[in-house]
Design a protein around this ligand. Structure first.
Ligand SMILES: Nc1nc2c(ncn2[C@@H]2O[C@H](COP(=O)(O)OP(=O)(O)OP(=O)(O)O)[C@@H](O)[C@H]2O)c(=O)[nH]1
Ligand SMILES: [Mg+2]
Ligand SMILES: [Zn+2]
Length: 359
């Protein structure tokens, strides 16, 4: 298998319904500002994005790890010059940190998102619920990896697993340990040849260590967690894409302290809250507020004890956060449109005046 096939080219072309790949094509393996590592037919190459190329693209159209790109060779130089970003079949995004409401693309062309949690800290269902929004928005498959299972006794692990499966009955859960090797081959088998998986989760949970084990190399930097608080040190600073021996592709991401969600009102929360999402479609009135309304299927389920009020509250909180984004996004889009229209109107006025002046 050649490098590009191993990087998932055939799968990519199928998913984006492109018949033929452009001649000079590669896949972004890492991103360092305007410099990139790109996987090409002949191996990994260093590439640059020129100012004229980059300014033509808005933030989210710029090359990201996982993107398929076209390039030119620069005569007499080793570096490649990027010339285009090919259509994506999926993009993972989060909200940019800070006040402005902007999406930040984490990775492109991803099929599977693994949420990674370590069993060294008590199971945090809310954190997983938040992280699960990422694959939901990207329409990628989701699964949960539990790391460091070697630190628990068999009985403790069983209790932990019980907790997780009770909370997320529909989710694939993969307990792993790089120390004992438990679960590593199961995870390997999970990632189909040609498919791209990514690992997201807090710093220090062991994402890079696990990828190193999976790729049977020692290419990603890892660091010991701080004694005492089990906090990670944010070792991974750039996203890196690795080819796995069996043909899958895996993307590492830097740990996120607190995930800033990105989504909108219509984002469904099917992975974490499938039962509630279904109930909301069964209320008597289509505009049910699921709080005071008569004939509310959700409230009925709560009073019957089928779902807990606490879980419903988490669902509502996430929904409200996403709806808040949704309204702000459309508000800002409207503002932008107004600005554009005003500018266009002014431009037309000027042109008309100039034409009149000529007469
Ligand atoms: N006991 C045990 N320790 C592990 C395991 N996996 C990872 N670790 C340790 O956890 C620490 C953090 O691992 P990393 O792989 O750097 O974590 P990360 O999630 O990539 O962290 P960031 O890059 O900061 O997001 C290292 O000291 C690893 O040796 C495991 O299965 N068992
Ligand atoms: Mg890391
Ligand atoms: Zn209702």
């Amino acid at each position: 298998m050649n490098i590009l096939e191993q990087a998932g080219l055939a799968h990519y072309l199928r998913r984006t319904k492109q018949a033929l790949a452009p001649q000079a094509i590669g896949r972004v393996a890492a991103e360092y500002g305007t410099r990139y590592d790109v996987l090409t037919q002949s191996g990994i190459a260093s590439a640059v994005a020129t100012k004229t190329f980059i300014t033509k693209l808005n933030q989210n159209q710029r090359p990201k790890t996982g993107d398929w790109v076209t390039f030119e060779t620069i005569p007499g130089e080793h570096k490649l010059k990027l010339t285009g970003v090919l259509p994506r079949y999926s993009e993972l995004s989060r909200k940019k940190t800070g006040k402005r409401l902007e999406a930040q693309t984490i990775a492109a062309n991803v099929d599977v998102v693994y949420i990674v949690e370590s069993v060294t800290t008590p199971f945090d269902a809310h954190r997983v619920e938040r992280f699960l929004v990422v694959p939901e928005v990207a329409k990628a498959r989701a699964a949960l990896i539990l790391t460091k299972t070697d630190t628990l006794s068999e009985a403790e692990l069983e209790t932990y697993m019980q907790q997780v499966t009770t909370h997320f009955p529909a989710l694939t859960i993969l307990p792993t340990s790089i120390t004992t090797g438990a679960g590593v081959s199961a995870l390997k088998a999970e990632i189909a040849p040609g498919q791209t998986a990514t690992l997201i989760g807090p710093s220090g949970v062991g994402k890079s260590s696990l990828i190193n084990t999976l790729s049977e190399g020692d290419t990603l930097a890892t660091a010991a967690v701080r004694e005492g608080d089990q906090k990670g040190r944010h070792t991974t600073t750039v996203r890196e894409l690795l080819l796995m021996p069996n043909g899958g592709v895996i993307i590492d991401t830097p740990g996120m302290r607190e995930l800033q969600l990105w989504g909108e009102t219509k984002t469904s929360l099917d992975t974490a809250f499938a039962d509630i999402e279904t109930l909301t479609t069964q209320c008597e009135f289509t505009n049910c507020d699921h709080a005071q309304s008569r004939g509310c299927a959700v409230q009925e389920a709560i009073s019957r004890g089928t779902i807990t009020r606490a879980r419903f509250n988490s669902y509502l909180k996430l929904k409200q956060e996403l709806a808040h984004h949704g309204s702000k996004i459309s508000y800002e889009a409207r503002l932008d449109k107004n600005r554009r229209e005003k500018k266009n109107a002014a431009h037309t006025r000027d042109t008309v005046r100039r034409k009149r002046g000529k007469r």
